[in-house]
Write a protein that binds this ligand. Structure first.
Ligand code: HEM
Length: 127
């Protein structure tokens, strides 16, 4: 792990709890249900790998799936500003439930917000 990383500070277990909480909200969010698979087991497994490396832990996602190319991987899904906000609201709740303390919580949310902004691919009125 990268010394001084968020991953090192909060630990592997927190990432796993965070992702489980996150997808339990995604599975109930009316704006997100239409684009996510019903069974989120594999999605959650990949997200744990991704967020582990995103926050400075071992490169688990790249080892199994190669370069994330996140924006390209999201192009098949209609991601409007409303869906981006929905995704971030699920993440904000999950960061609280996983009991991740500041300054890590705030730092994580800010990085996720930047990446979420980058994932938008459709203006609201084209949905
Ligand atoms: C996969 C939606 C933002 C990381 C997916 C999938 C959907 C989705 C529908 C496919 C799920 C599946 O078929 O298993 C969204 C929406 C976002 C968003 C609506 C709102 C902006 C993000 C952000 C990140 C991220 C900010 C990273 C910080 C991933 C990863 C995968 C994924 C790692 C799995 C890719 C793979 O199949 O290997 N997302 N996403 N997403 N998303 Fe997002």
């Amino acid at each position: 792990d990268k010394p001084g990383s968020i991953y090192e500070a909060i630990g592997e277990d927190k990432i796993n709890v965070l992702v489980d909480c996150f997808y339990s909200h995604v599975s109930k969010h009316p704006d997100l249900i239409p684009i996510f698979p019903e069974d989120l087991t594999e999605t959650a497994r990949k997200q744990k790998q991704f967020l582990t490396q995103f926050f400075g832990g071992p490169p688990l996602y790249i080892q199994e799936h190669g370069h994330p190319m996140l924006r390209a991987r999201h192009l098949p899904f209609v991601i409007t500003p409303k869906r981006k906000d929905a995704w971030l609201s699920c993440m904000a709740k999950a960061l609280e439930e996983a009991d991740i303390q500041n300054p890590y919580r705030q730092a994580m949310f800010e990085r996720l917000m930047m990446t979420a902004n980058h994932m938008m691919n459709t203006p609201e009125d084209e949905k």
